[in-house]
Design a protein around this ligand. Sequence first.
Ligand code: GUN
Length: 296
Amino acid sequence: MTAAVIDGKAFAANLRGEVGKLAAAFEQQAGRKAGLAVVLVGEDPASQVYVRSKGKSTLEAGMASFEHKLPADTAEADLLAVVERLNADPAVDGILVQLPLPGHIDEQKVIATINPDKDVDGFHVTNAGRLAVGQPGFVPCTPLGCLMLLKDRLGDLSGLDAVVIGRSNIVGKPMAQLLIAESCTVTVAHSRTRNLPDVVKRADIVVAAVGRPEMVKGEWIKPGATVIDVGINRVAGAEGKTRLVGDVDYAGAAAVAGAITPVPGGVGPMTIAVLLRNALVAAYRNAGIPLADGTI
Ligand code: GUN
């Protein structure tokens, strides 16, 4: 079997189009644009690229973008004060503090300071709790994007065996919660899991989020399974160049899977599209304007 390629880039472009339409409708109804604030501390090059890309995408969607760039030596108290100001600003619907933060700042303290109803990353414990018990809140963008791709491909996920490899707060744990809510039978595997190949072999759905290049081998995949690769790893390529690979051996897995996300062009483009969607949902909720369920 040769797997169908799940085109996350096309799906994300479509989602951004939907968000754009709803952003225009929001502006009509609320008399202001939906607003997303992004806070960057320090000069980490990868974070700078992400933040620039988020700001550009926010404007393209017809939303207001507020960027706060703070020096690397910003005191924790000063960062918390910026977050408090954004919490109180009625023009700001969503707040994202780019991670990682410099070592002298307690990330959990910063996340805990964000108003959960503006926490479009879904990192606040209130939102983690809401997800766990099935209340409306905000779900981290990457796992929510993975779920959208899975549902688009498979429809009803009920009863399917799913294996999530990785147990991070940002991807693995919320991914498992989302799949439980879809009535999958979920296994969360991690670095201490015994017999990982056998565990993966059972799965109709494999979500790999470990950050180890091409760790999941084609022989581990059940024929016809759907494989979602969250990994983005830069490795040495030919002629001294580098290339991006996922956490899954793509060629090996594509030979047996039913469908697979490529790297790049799979899960990656979904993250910003879902962030914009979350920010728009925050705007509707914070303005008290109903948003038809399932619209986006
Ligand atoms: N750093 C890398 N990815 C993310 C993300 O999704 N949200 C935040 N806040 N920081 C990140």
